[in-house]
Design a protein around this ligand. Structure first.
Ligand SMILES: Cc1cc2nc3c(=O)[nH]c(=O)nc-3n(C[C@H](O)[C@H](O)[C@H](O)COP(=O)(O)OP(=O)(O)OC[C@H]3O[C@@H](n4cnc5c(N)ncnc54)[C@H](O)[C@@H]3O)c2cc1C
Length: 479
């Protein structure tokens, strides 16, 4: 085999050495060349399989594509430690990829190495109040394992096929957030491989600076390889209340009240087409209950008291059925191919005082017969405990998302990304922050504004834990 037979022509190959002059891989046969830097012995594999490279150069957004030069499929935490050290020595960039459900290249690495966390996905000990997992476990798998023991994670995202490491890196907002914070608030301890290749255990008591840096840290300071997460007892059923409003200001006022009042176990909400050329607004709230318990029948009258909705509906489901409610829709979208279309999402965190105005300005560009889901719901800031999960400085914050699907026509997704940016600019002037799962282009100066007074701290953390800037360049925070 010729020395120049590199990754472009090799199929399904585990590489043996790196050629730093050409910045490409060598096969086992070529590893004896003087310039070859052998790949450390791994339990898993470092592959240049074109399919693996193509998958790692893509994500749920299908908008940006940056090709890595290899993908690590780790079989142990040691593999990740070795790979990160190796990357540091050879000036390579690395990012962990969970389920690849980012929308704008956040887990991609041009010319670097993507670590696929799906091969590190064991659920370890489940106790009554906590569970220890590998970072590649999905919330879906975790929920199935815990519900078998009548336990549940306190906060779950709407869609469950996301990796635990992936959502702990961004925040993890869900219907229980108004009561229990985001998912990063419910992480008790982590195992982290820092950007310079140290394996460190951290928690609120131990190596706290790293713990707080990594939770909502967008993969910048360390790779989460394992986590201990809070669990609580699960109820059997969910009673779901859907409250419809024609008036946006009334909706925002009632939602703000509900976020603080916390009478529901679950509180979300959406903007929906009203069928008459405009929009309506829906509180989607739930309480959990078990038949035979003292709270067997939720008290509808007191749950709906003091609210000014126009119409309502009430539905009983199992707790599991409610949490998995999106599965049939996702299966259908996958079946008809729409799930694979571009997703130029905009996701904003908005101060309650400006929530109605931000909604108005964003909705001005949305067709009133859109089929894109638009989430719009609040949570109190005091429930958030992790310093790098950046939100506006107000007691109540609204999540506002337009979960766009674009037709796969050249230019359409890009123009929606530009629209996202102009909505972001107007919303940021009103105090909004980007939820960094979005497709909103950000320059370093935007990140600086995003972190505000924390920017110096963010730079110091990068220096402390990833001084060679090895980790997660796809977020674009440090140029
Ligand atoms: C259909 C759908 C529904 C969603 N619903 C919600 C929701 O209800 N609430 C919500 O908050 N979000 C939601 N999201 C957004 C989701 O939480 C983020 O996109 C999340 O990052 C996806 O997890 P992932 O495993 O796919 O991560 P990836 O997209 O693979 O990675 C995300 C980022 O985290 C980094 N990363 C991944 N794993 C690790 C790790 N172990 N250690 C360090 N860094 C890591 C990556 O490098 C990247 O920068 C949804 C997304 C989709 C597509």
């Amino acid at each position: 085999m010729q020395r120049r037979t590199f990754i472009a022509t090799i199929s399904a190959l585990t590489v043996a050495a790196f050629d730093p002059t050409r910045r490409s891989w060598l096969t086992a046969a070529e590893a004896a060349y003087p310039q070859a830097i052998p790949v450390p012995e791994l339990d898993g594999e470092l592959t240049v399989d074109p399919e693996a490279l193509a998958e790692a150069a893509d994500d749920f957004g299908h908008i940006v594509s940056r090709a890595p030069i290899a993908v690590l499929r780790p079989a142990s935490v040691k593999d990740i430690v070795k790979l990160v050290k190796y990357a540091n020595r050879n000036g390579l960039k690395v990012a962990m990829r969970g389920q690849g459900h980012s929308t704008y290249g956040q887990a991609q690495v041009a010319g670097g190495i993507v670590i696929d966390s799906r091969t590190l996905a064991a659920i370890h000990e489940i106790e009554d109040d906590r569970v220890t997992v590998d970072a590649g476990v999905t919330w879906n798998a975790l929920l199935a394992a815990t519900l078998a023991r009548d336990l549940t994670p306190p906060v779950l995202t709407d869609y469950l096929d996301l990796s635990i490491g992936g959502t702990l890196s961004v925040g993890g907002i869900g219907g229980a957030t108004h009561r229990k914070g985001v998912q990063v608030d419910n992480a008790l301890a982590l195992d982290v491989v820092t950007g310079d290749g140290r394996l460190v255990q951290c928690s609120g008591r131990r190596n706290r600076a790293l713990f707080e840096a990594v939770l909502g840290g967008l993969g910048q300071y360390g790779i989460i390889v394992g986590a201990t997460l809070a669990l609580e007892r699960a109820k059997k059923n969910a009673r779901v209340y859907r409250l419809y409003y024609a008036d946006l200001d009334q909706y925002v006022a009632d939602q703000t009240f509900l976020a603080e009042d916390a009478r529901f176990d679950y509180l979300e909400g959406q903007v929906l087409p009203n069928g008459a050329g405009g929009f309506q607004y829906m509180v989607e709230a739930a309480v959990w209950f078990s038949p035979a318990s003292r709270r067997s029948a939720p008290d509808d009258a007191s749950l709906l008291a003091d609210l000014s909705f126009d119409t309502s509906s009430i539905e009983d489901l199992t707790y599991d059925g409610w949490l998995r409610r999106l599965e049939p829709t996702v299966a259908f979208l996958q079946q008809i191919g729409v799930w694979a279309f571009p997703h130029p999402w905009i996701d904003l965190l908005v101060p309650a005082s400006e929530a109605a105005d931000v909604a108005r300005l964003a909705l001005a560009s949305v067709s009133p017969d859109t089929q894109d889901p638009m989430l719009f719901y609040p949570f109190p800031r005091r429930k958030l405990t992790r310093p790098l999960f950046m939100v506006p400085d107000e007691p109540v914050i609204f999540l506002f998302d337009i979960l766009r699907t674009a037709p796969p026509i050249p230019g359409v997704a890009d123009s929606l990304v530009q629209l996202n940016r102009s909505i972001y600019d107007a919303a940021a002037a009103l105090g909004a922050k980007k939820y960094p799962i979005s497709s909103i282009p950000f320059a370093v100066s935007d990140w600086q504004a995003h972190y505000g007074p924390q920017w110096a701290k963010v730079q110091a953390l990068k220096q402390a834990f990833d001084r060679n800037h090895t980790l997660t360049p796809g977020q674009g925070i440090f140029a």
